[in-house]
Write a protein that binds this ligand. Structure first.
Ligand SMILES: Cc1cc2nc3c(=O)[nH]c(=O)nc-3n(C[C@H](O)[C@H](O)[C@H](O)COP(=O)(O)OP(=O)(O)OC[C@H]3O[C@@H](n4cnc5c(N)ncnc54)[C@H](O)[C@@H]3O)c2cc1C
Length: 371
């Protein structure tokens, strides 16, 4: 009889994959179940912005989470690339945030000792007055689909059993333990531990355990310009919209926030036009560049935009990791680390209480970066 997996993971987005990868590297036998193809939902659609951070100086639990992830990315990507031979297109490209003045976020950057400086002009950019521009040399980006592919490949090489077209339909429980999952195709998979990482599709499973977190889909749309002629290097961020120039010359313009769209993943003409208008207003040369691609994804939104990562009490062997909203890619390293610490029941690098399913929305918290 085949040995039961140590960990069964439900969902093959970035959160399920990074958890699988880190757990497998700890020597655990991991079985990942994905109802479609791996890495084709929100995690595929994202722009891949990775804000800078200084872990040592960050004092807020969520800033510590972001800054640790930010510092880990170069090492993590190097390890993935060396292990698989697949590139992730991670690079530190720098970025400019345009904010109202005064804005208390500046004091957060200063307190964390993040490197930045005010900029007043740039040959490619029409500054969105009256906002002021702040340049971050350490802002980075990654190509989500490539990061996901490398994670998937490295998981397989580390022995993770990845099963696609395997939709979980429910959990089997006995007392305070989950013992297995049922698949829509009639199969049952038993295991020692379970990680629910089904993005915006997680809520009905949580409710099976009497937990209501309100993890809801929030559609985001992106348009991509063929913009090799523009030669923009930096990420540009204005509130919730941004331009992300890929190393290959395309520029992504994102993104909408549409909770009212529910689970509909289509692009809309209105959003495409408003993203175009935003992009061409900020970088006028884009007016002569064609839009070559558009897409949309469903972010797993949580009520305060921050993730939940913790045990689904009283079930000691079921962990939920989700609700990362706009930041699942950038927070993936720290999320994988916390999931690992919880499954292995070892002292955690991040205080589990800060991310637990019964946490309160943090009081007086302001995000240092909005994208
Ligand atoms: C337009 C857009 C731009 C973004 N930009 C950024 C950015 O710049 N930086 C950043 O950090 N983040 C960004 N994000 C957010 C980021 O992409 C998400 O926070 C992250 O991908 C969430 O990952 P996830 O694994 O929780 O969810 P998902 O990627 O949605 O993965 C969940 C998986 O679970 C599977 N699943 C669902 N139900 C079942 C079931 N019953 N059985 C088995 N499998 C199931 C799904 O098929 C899916 O593959 C962006 C998102 C969007 C849409």
């Amino acid at each position: 009889m085949a040995k039961q997996p140590d960990v069964v993971i439900i969902g093959g987005g970035v959160i399920g994959l990074i958890s699988a990868w880190m757990l497998a590297k700890e020597g655990l036998h991991v079985h990942l179940l994905e109802r479609g193809e791996v890495g084709k939902e929100s995690s595929w659609a994202g722009a891949g912005i990775i804000p800078p951070g200084k872990f040592e100086q960050a004092r807020n639990p969520f800033d510590r989470f972001r800054s640790w992830s930010s510092e880990q990315f170069p090492h993590l990507v190097k390890e993935l690339e060396n292990h698989t031979g697949l590139g992730c297109d991670y690079h530190v490209c720098g970025g400019i945030e345009f904010i109202d003045s005064p804005d208390p976020v500046v004091s957060l950057w200063q307190a964390e000792k993040i490197e930045f400086q005010e900029v007043h002009n740039h040959p490619k950019i029409k500054f969105p007055a009256p906002r002021r521009g702040y340049y971050f040399p350490q802002m980075a980006q990654i190509r989500n689909p490539r990061y996901l592919k490398a994670l998937q490949q490295s998981c397989t090489q580390h022995g993770v059993n990845i099963e696609t077209k395997a939709a979980v339909s429910g959990f089997q429980v006995s007392g305070n333990r989950v013992t297995g999952v049922d698949l829509a195709n009639g199969k049952q998979i038993e295991g020692q531990n379970f990680v629910l990482a089904a993005g915006p599709w997680s809520e009905p499973f949580l409710q099976q355990f009497g937990v209501k977190l309100n993890i809801d889909p929030v559609r985001g749309q992106i348009v991509q310009f063929a913009a090799q002629s523009v030669g923009l290097k930096e990420i540009l961020i204005v509130d919730k919209c941004y331009l992300v120039p890929r190393a290959s010359g395309e520029i992504l313009a994102g993104s909408t926030e549409e909770p009212e769209a529910g689970f509909q993943k289509e692009n809309t003409q209105m959003a495409i036009e408003s993203l175009r208008e935003f992009a061409e207003g900020l970088v006028p040369e884009l007016r002569s560049c064609p839009v070559i691609k558009t897409w949309a994804g469903l972010r797993p939104g949580s009520p305060d935009g921050l993730p939940y990562i913790g045990k689904v009490e009283p079930y000691q062997n079921l962990i939920f990791a989700g609700g990362h909203f706009r930041a699942g890619i950038q927070l993936s390293p720290a999320t994988g680390r916390l999931v690992c610490d919880l499954v292995l029941d070892r002292p955690a690098l991040f205080n589990p209480k800060d991310f637990a399913l019964d946490r309160e929305p943090p009081r007086d918290f302001q995000a240092s970066f909005r994208s």
